[in-house]
Design a protein around this ligand. Structure first.
Ligand SMILES: Nc1ncnc2c1ncn2[C@@H]1O[C@H](COP(=O)(O)OP(=O)(O)O)[C@@H](O)[C@H]1O
Ligand SMILES: [Mg+2]
Length: 248
């Protein structure tokens, strides 16, 4: 479904992603695991096309030079230079790090805003789906999003991405800062997504522990470099991973 070939991303002269290649097959949950500043967000922004907007903005204000080399192929089509909006239309939707929502709007309004480009009936259908996936949001429908807890905001953020009807959902550190219980809830929801609606998921995470058991395949990033790949089980069994992420 998605294939990334020799991706290099520079911020000025600093290399944020170094010759990174990966593959996501339809129906999989694929994980990117890496510590802080490993390049996870840079990868997500490059896959969603946000980096193109960043590049244009920086250029306009004479800021740092952002350079991208390599290729992104989605369903057989080269989308390396495709704008973020057009990627959304093709089915690639990113739920960004630290869940940006509209704090002054309530939960239902946020979900509707996320679907503003779609037909009303389809949006309603997807909003029902989101409330089904995260029943906790139902009672919070009319609450201002800014008053939700971190976990509730994350559910809302994932819900907003779903309203855009992804076929490939990109989740950048969806578990960041959440309690173990809330992490568990999100992990189960993502598995449910994949199993019930066939949405393919690529997610990034700093912590391997909650993520490795749920993924079909994983890529370990360190300083922008791919250091290890394997199935979730293979990575869990890997001595280096055990030492680095599981403290054994
Ligand atoms: N807009 C930017 N300008 C300059 N350097 C950046 C920018 N965004 C990220 N970087 C650098 O790229 C590297 C990867 O960052 P990032 O992708 O945010 O990592 P992660 O999401 O894994 O924490 C880091 O060294 C970071 O400092
Ligand atoms: Mg990040």
């Amino acid at each position: 479904m998605l294939s990334v070939e020799n991706l290099m991303v520079f911020f000025e002269n600093a290399l944020a992603l170094n010759d990174f290649s990966m593959e996501v097959k339809e129906g999989q949950i694929v994980g990117i695991v890496g510590s802080n500043s490993a390049g996870k967000t840079t990868l997500m922004n490059t896959l969603s096309g946000l980096i193109i907007d960043m590049r244009i903005k920086e250029k306009r204000r004479g800021g740092e030079r952002i350079t991208v080399y390599g290729k992104i192929i989605f369903n057989g089509e080269d989308i390396t230079e495709t704008k973020p909006n057009d990627r959304v239309k093709k089915g690639i939707v990113l739920c960004r790090e630290r869940h940006p929502i509209f704090p002054e709007s309530n939960v239902l309004e946020n979900l509707k805003i996320a679907g503003y480009l779609k037909k009303t009936s389809r949006v309603r259908e997807m909003i029902d789906y989101v409330f089904n996936l995260f029943p906790a949001l139902v009672d919070l429908k009319s609450r201002k999003a800014g008053f939700l807890s971190g976990g509730e905001q994350q559910m809302l953020a994932v819900g907003m991405a779903l309203v855009a009807r992804p076929t490939l959902l990109l989740l950048d550190e969806p578990l960041l800062g959440l309690s173990p219980m809330m992490q568990n809830l999100l992990v189960e929801a993502v598995k449910g997504l994949r199993n019930d609606s066939g949405i393919t998921v690529l997610l990034s995470e700093q912590f391997a522990r909650p993520v490795l058991p749920m993924i079909d395949y994983g890529y370990v990033l360190e300083n922008g470099m791919l250091t290890l790949t394997g199935t979730g089980q293979e990575l869990m069994d890997n001595p280096e991973i055990k030492a680095a992420y599981f403290g054994v």
